[in-house]
Design a protein around this ligand. Structure first.
Ligand code: HEM
Length: 174
């Protein structure tokens, strides 16, 4: 079976980027956590994780993303999510749509300002048999730091805890 991406027009690698997503072009690439990401939450022991982030486009006015986390020692797969990032044309308004392996599907909205993207959950859906506590709110900040590294900070509120940081990770472009 041919890989589906072989159905994209040939001879243009990568496809020409839509000007609509240009304000988010600093996010494009394959990125690897370095140092390992740091997980926190009032109910959890602090933990570390490895994560690969892949952010790409196929010429549409949309970015495609996947984040795949792994245990830092055993490399056992952990949290995974993938989805799309859309920009409202001619504004700095951003929508982030993500499906997660934990059975959550969420939409976040916010703004890009320079090399910083701040978004907050607009809606969160979950499978009927999701484990408690349920996540009720999510906020994220992505930024390109002065060393050219991508950073992601995720905070969440659950049914038992107010909005608190859950993740911070710095990625090196690979
Ligand atoms: C626990 C949500 C991303 C690792 C949790 C809990 C929630 C949650 C609701 C339970 C907290 C509690 O028991 O009070 C989320 C959301 C994420 C996310 C909404 C993305 C937006 C990640 C990532 C990792 C991770 C990227 C990296 C490995 C963990 C671990 C625990 C945990 C190790 C504790 C053990 C467990 O419940 O599996 N997360 N998480 N999470 N999360 Fe996340």
């Amino acid at each position: 079976l041919p890989h589906l991406s072989s159905l994209l027009p040939p001879g243009r690698e990568p496809p020409r980027m839509s000007p609509v997503v240009e304000p988010l072009s600093w996010m494009l690439g394959t990125w690897l956590s370095e140092p390992p990401g740091a997980g926190t939450f009032p109910t959890l022991q602090p933990f570390r994780y490895l994560e690969e982030a892949h952010i790409s486009h196929v010429g549409q006015p949309v970015l495609n993303f996947s984040f795949s986390a792994f245990h830092p020692d055993t490399h056992k797969p952990m949290h995974r999510e993938c989805g799309f990032i859309r920009l409202e044309p001619d504004t700095n308004k951003v929508a982030f749509v993500s499906a997660q392996n934990t059975g959550i599907v969420e939409v976040e909205e916010g703004e890009v300002n320079g090399q910083e993207l701040c978004i907050a959950s607009h809606s969160i859906a979950r499978i009927s048999f999701a484990k408690e506590p349920h996540v009720e709110q999510i906020t994220r900040k992505f930024r390109l730091n002065s060393e050219g590294k991508l950073e992601q900070t995720v905070s969440m509120a659950t049914t038992t805890q107010p909005l608190t940081q859950h993740l911070h990770v710095t990625y090196r472009k690979v």
